[in-house]
Design a protein around this ligand. Structure first.
Ligand SMILES: [Zn+2]
Length: 143
């Protein structure tokens, strides 16, 4: 019975969290283990389905995949991506479209795209411009 903490990136809630193991009983007989997300309680069908942190990184993102992505963001400065849209909302866990109220990726392209205006002292637009955050790239990887 070891309960060593295993880091996962939950595929259900996206949290960087721990794998929770609970014994699974058939009557009084222990028949196995349930593998749960410690953050949202999502149950993984088996060990193969568990999004182990290291393994997921290796499987889904290679370094060759990740690094150029930053350049793509830079090059897309004039693009119609959600990250440049006034409806784009970022919080530490997810990115949402404030118009459609669904989760988006920074690189999504949307029919309803409307370019986010730069905050101007004299012309505040709708008056609730978020501060420009050029240092938020950490959050812009796919969750
Ligand atoms: Zn979860």
């Amino acid at each position: 019975m070891t309960s060593k903490a295993v880091e996962i990136l939950c595929s259900a809630c996206g949290a960087d969290t721990l794998l929770k193991r609970e014994p699974r009983y058939d009557g009084f007989k222990k028949v196995g283990e349930r593998l749960l997300c410690a953050a949202c309680g999502h149950e993984f069908a088996n060990l193969e389905a568990v999004p182990f942190k290291e393994r997921k990184t290796a499987r889904l993102f290679t370094d060759a995949d990740r690094l150029p992505k930053v350049d793509v963001f830079e090059a897309d400065e004039k693009g119609r991506n959600c990250r440049h849209c006034q409806y784009y909302l970022v919080n530490p866990f997810t990115q949402r479209c404030g118009r459609h109220f669904h989760v988006v990726q920074a690189t999504d392209v949307c029919d309803a795209f409307e370019r986010k205006e730069e905050a101007k002292p004299s012309d505040g637009g709708d008056g609730r411009q978020p501060p420009r955050r050029e240092d938020t790239k950490d959050h812009e990887e796919k969750a």
